[in-house]
Design a protein around this ligand. Sequence first.
Ligand code: ZN
Length: 267
Amino acid sequence: MIQTIWVTSFSEELYHATGKAMLDSFFKYRPYGIMLYNYDGDGLYVNSEHIINSLSNSLDVNPILIKFINDNANIIPKFFGGKAKKCNCPDPDAPKCRFHKKNCHYTYFNRNLIRWFKIYVGLNYVRKQYPNTRIIRVDSDCLFRQHISSDWLDDLFEDNDMVILQKVRPYPETGTTFYNFAGKNTHSLFDALIQRYVSGKFRKSPRWDDCYQLGTLKDKFVKAGNLKVKDVGGELKFHSDVVINSIIAPFLIHNKGTHSRVLGISK
Ligand SMILES: [Zn+2]
């Protein structure tokens, strides 16, 4: 039986907004495996039963993240700890990034760069600490709905390196992603992804978010025969439908957009 680690990440604000309820649902239904959370800040805001029952990792002291913020301060907005100002494109805050110049640092996908990268710094830490495990990214705005057994996970993974939710979308919905780090392939993919960000190569892409970066890299690996991926996404295209219409839905729901649309946490 392969050990399974469910990995989430949050700041104090996100913990109170959604993370606490997600962890409560995890400990209510006790899916197979353990929970590890990556956190910003001092972590003192996490409830004691969550501290006792989970593993944790502080992102604030992560050297990869500290260096990345330093190296990219000129494109990370001030409200995310960088030095970048709003761009001069017409109507920079308009939805869908319609009016930005090519590669502008202030499109929705690009100005939130540090939010996306932070998640992978956390996942990267976990896969290095626990290299022969299955690691499941579960965003803090998800909720568990029933128990998930190790047999169910075996059936889901089969012999794949990754299980994703994508189907008709151009890029995967990464908020729920299943990684099998028991083999070499997924580690190679992760090495390449971290390297893309750390080297600054991501800046050449039109979008700096993880759906684009991980999605395009994954396609390349699959094409070269270096990654086996199973896609269990739903057939519909709309924002939240990718999980709702998948085989995951009876077990786990993703209230995607809660952070940005309802709480205004993403910028
Ligand atoms: Zn712009």
